[in-house]
Ligand binder design. Structure first.
Ligand code: AMP
Length: 446
């Protein structure tokens, strides 16, 4: 954070009012850097992950630019397009636009798959200034002629690397040629693998680059620790940790969808209120789980990796990696769900012998040693002593164990669905607070 205030930035009064109402005074580094660049009309390459305040960094100047150049709305022809990989992120960005734009007369809509298209089509027909969309539904509605992109003035591609991970690159390549030749382009990605670099080059015109919190830097305010444990004891260790009321709002990460369900079953049996979000859950079920978590109706939200980018919920006290991710970036993204916007957070990782190579890869990338907690009932000295194998070998061993022991793996769905979970939220004020802090153990599960 800096000492410059939002009031020092050249943002118009309606936005200043909205920021004041939201309670934001000080821009985050990406906001400070990106807002003037976007206001001046430059293309921008923003290297930033969620949690840095990037949504406001592009929403505020976008709203201002469009408001300054007010135009009559044309049915089916939005003026700005924000393309984002997950439904949850789309909803969250839309909420942010509504909040920041509450004193402006611009219209916004959000479209994503997994729900009926009727209301979305209606909104598009009425005309919108800014459209937030996931790629699949966008293309569906274009094909059905409910939407055209030839009047787009500003194009924002958010979480480009996540788009790549989720298999959206072909969709993006279909969408790009539908945009007018000259648009104001903003491109955000947490990481810049070569394919994403190429994509950025193909979209951006002489861009200014803003980079904050490189992926190798783990959020400083997160206290991280690792617990060596045998695989079969992981759920017992989780239950043991949950005996402490300090673990008030806990986000648990697992690698597989069916694993998430199993964790929830176990927690509920032990009277811990929990829900899972992953790609096999309906959009409504996911939204409900996220809202229940936000409002402290459940204590634990169990998520698969894809969810880690979208979740924007204040007050997550702990992130627990029940399974370590094999990609260090995912570790950084996961634990970034706690310690949002300057708060402090705690990240705990459970690690088996096989996962030690993931742990070392994470430590190498983050350039931080993660403290080992041995004072716990399920500490496995064997695991602590176990040799570290290569990440490739570890991955093969973990996958083989999953296939043999993990059982019940549901069939894979085909095409990416625009999100496997994640949180809606937007920039609202703190949720919940700690009023129900000691109530969880008493409440029976659903
Ligand atoms: P984002 O990186 O856009 O997902 O934002 C991360 C979180 O920080 C969200 O909960 C925002 O509402 C919040 N946030 C964004 N900008 C600010 C700010 N300038 N001051 C305080 N909180 C902020």
């Amino acid at each position: 954070m800096t000492s410059t205030k939002f009031t020092d930035l050249p943002l118009v009064a309606p936005l200043q009012f909205a920021l004041k109402e939201t309670g934001y005074e000080t821009p985050t580094p990406i906001q400070l850097a990106a807002i003037p660049i976007i206001l001046e009309g430059h293309d921008l390459l923003g290297i930033a992950q969620t949690g840095t305040g990037k949504t406001a960094a592009f929403c505020l100047p976008l709203l201002q630019n469009l408001a300054k150049n007010h135009k009559r709305l044309e049915s089916k022809c939005p003026r700005a397009l924000i393309l984002t990989p997950t439904r949850e992120l789309a909803i969250q960005i839309h909420k942010s636009l509504e909040t920041y734009g509450s004193h402006l007369k611009l219209k916004h809509a959000v479209i994503f798959g997994g729900v009926g298209q009727g209301p979305q089509v209606k909104a598009l027909q009425a005309g919108v200034d800014i459209l937030v969309a996931t790629p699949g539904r966008l293309l569906d509605l274009i094909e059905q002629k409910y939407l055209r992109l030839d009047k787009i003035e500003a194009f924002i591609l958010d979480e480009a690397d996540r788009m790549l991970d989720m298999g959206f690159m072909p969709d993006i390549k279909r969408i790009l040629p539908m945009l007018p030749k000259k648009t104001h382009n903003l491109f955000f990605s947490a990481t810049m693998p070569s394919e994403i670099q190429k994509l950025a080059q193909s979209i951006l015109n002489n861009p200014k680059k803003v980079e904050v919190t490189p992926v190798a830097t783990t959020a400083e305010k997160i206290v991280q620790s690792v617990y060596f444990v045998e695989k079969k004891e992981k759920l017992n260790l989780l239950l043991h940790l949950l005996k402490s009321n300090e673990l008030f709002k806990v986000l648990v990460f697992v690698e597989m969808k069916h694993g998430a369900n199993r964790v929830v079953e176990k927690l509920e049996k032990n009277r811990v209120l929990a829900a899972a979000i992953h790609g096999d859950k309906s959009q409504n079920a996911r939204q409900r789980a996220i809202e229940d978590f936000r409002n402290d109706k459940i204590r634990v939200l169990v998520a698969t990796d894809i969810a880690s980018r979208g979740i924007d919920i204040d007050g997550i006290t702990h992130v627990i990696n029940l399974e370590l991710p094999h990609l260090p970036e995912n570790y950084v993204h996961r634990i970034g769900r706690t310690a949002r916007a300057g708060a402090e957070g705690i990240a705990i990782s459970f690690c088996t012998a096989e996962e030690k190579s993931y742990l070392f890869a994470i430590e190498k990338t983050t350039r931080q040693k993660i403290e080992v907690v041995t004072d716990q009932p399920y500490h496995a000295a064997e695991v602590e002593k176990a040799a570290v194998v290569s990440v490739g070998k570890a991955k093969a061993a973990i996958e083989a164990a999953r296939k043999s022991g993990g059982g019940r793996r549901p069939p894979r769905g085909g095409r990416p669905q625009g999100g496997g979970g994640g949180g809606a939220g937007g920039p609202g004020k703190k949720s919940g607070g700690s009023k129900r802090r000691f109530g969880f153990q008493k409440n029976k599960s659903k």
